[in-house]
Design a protein around this ligand. Structure first.
Ligand code: GRF
Length: 193
């Protein structure tokens, strides 16, 4: 990543749409003495996202925007990102696809976490598809975001075993536990701490 942290923490925005458990783990990580990041902004496309509660709890600014008007909204987001001097975006369960133009504006500075061992199972319903295909393993991936969905350069992956009695729900929970460790680990790797 074309970023140097120096002694200052990298100002980070986390984009969410739902529960926000990865947001929570990133906030906890950001509070560690050695963390390379600070979380300064939460962006959501969904005003009912449970994860928005972390904004109040941890006193982090939030912006809720309607991404259906994509161009206009992305302009607003870019304005907010500039305002808060954001230099890293972490997508964490964010369900909207960002435009090529937006990604270009933040080239090499957007990360995503995906609940599969990419390049396998891009897109939605990853757990169900992995079980249906009788995979022995699944897992999670932290990757850079480029203009193709779930296709950017991989930073780190973690494998988990799929048991005989696995359901999409048990697999999802099992992978989430790993996601909460993997995202901070990937950020640490990127900033070489
Ligand atoms: C996670 O499984 C993440 O990998 C995927 O969406 C889910 C979000 O969960 N992109 P949460 O909102 O962080 O709890």
């Amino acid at each position: 990543m074309a970023l140097s942290t120096g002694t200052k923490r990298v100002k980070t925005a986390v984009f969410i749409s739902g529960m926000g458990s990865n947001l929570k783990s990133l906030i906890k990580f950001s509070k560690l003495k050695k963390s390379p990041i600070s979380i300064n902004l939460i962006i959501s496309d969904n005003n009912r996202a449970k994860g928005l509660n972390y904004s109040k709890r941890f006193k982090i600014k939030k912006r809720i925007l309607n991404f259906n008007k994509k161009n206009l909204t992305e302009k607003k987001v870019l304005f907010e990102l500039k305002k808060y001097k954001i230099n890293l975006i972490c997508l964490a369960g964010f369900m909207k696809i960002l435009s090529k133009n937006f990604i270009k504006n933040f080239q090499g500075k957007i990360l995503n976490i995906h609940p599969s061992l990419l390049p396998k199972y891009k897109g939605l319903n990853t757990h169900k598809r992995a079980i249906q295909n009788q995979e022995k393993f699944s897992g999670c991936t932290v990757h850079y975001v480029n203009s193709k969905v779930d296709s950017g350069r991989i930073v780190l992956q973690k494998k988990v075993r799929i048991t005989k009695r696995e359901t999409p729900k048990t697999l999802r929970n099992k992978i989430l536990v790993q996601e909460h460790k993997l995202y901070p680990k990937a950020i640490t790797k990127i900033f070489n701490f």
